[in-house]
Design a protein around this ligand. Sequence first.
Ligand code: NAI
Length: 250
Amino acid sequence: MVRFTGRVAIVTGAARGIGAATARRLAAEGAMVAIVDVAIAKDVVDEIAAAGGRALGYACDITDKIAVETVFHRVATDFGGLHILVNNAGITRDDLFFRLSVDDWNAVMAVNLTGAYHCAQTAQKYMVAQRYGKIVSLSSRSALGNRGQANYAAAKAGVQGLTATLAIELGPYNINVNAVAPGYIATDMTAATAARVGSTPEDHQRAAAEQTPLGRVGQPEEIAAAIAFLASDDSSYVSGQTLYVNGGAR
Ligand code: NAI
């Protein structure tokens, strides 16, 4: 399947995990991909190039609006446009609510929600002008509530509200806006969660798998496949949706 020939995609937080898998998937299907992360992710860029794809790395902290505008302008100049934005960068700062610090609240909001706002608002300028665009943002199953994640759940629920609203405002310009809400995916993020609760990644994954109808945790490539669907014209009449990709968990 080659769905992205001639398309330029920005993937934030693409140095590793779900973002890196998404960048690899979009590039494999012909997209020119900007790998955006806090530092240039040379290994992901090199890997895509070695597989015959086109990618460039950019350092950008998405909590900084000016930095986002500068980098997105460079991407559009380097590749000649901007068609797809994947708002993937995210962090967790888990704690029980009664002791959740304002710093941990603000940090999670700044990356997961305000960062998505910075990137979407910057990207839509290019997309509105060309009357074409796809914005896919990462929510989470935690948006429905998760112990120890009041900040993250609120930010990821915010992503769903942002998505539904942007679909209304940007739809008239032929821009599709959707979100993907993964369940438990084996990445550095969930490995860090395991370490925080005194578990190993393997034991933590086993416990999550037991709660999941498909009987296992997800892999980054399985989220990348859903993102690629929503970034492609296969989903041309899908907008304002949040797609849960969580192995059937309720
Ligand atoms: P990860 O922690 O492995 O990777 C996140 C990437 O985002 C890192 O490369 C990091 O450097 C980058 N990043 C963090 N802050 C940034 C900033 N200010 N500016 C630019 N880049 C920044 O995370 P993972 O697991 O790959 O998750 C990706 C997305 O999926 C996140 O939004 C996460 O919240 C979401 N998600 C992950 C789930 C999981 O089980 N792994 C479940 C549900 C949602």
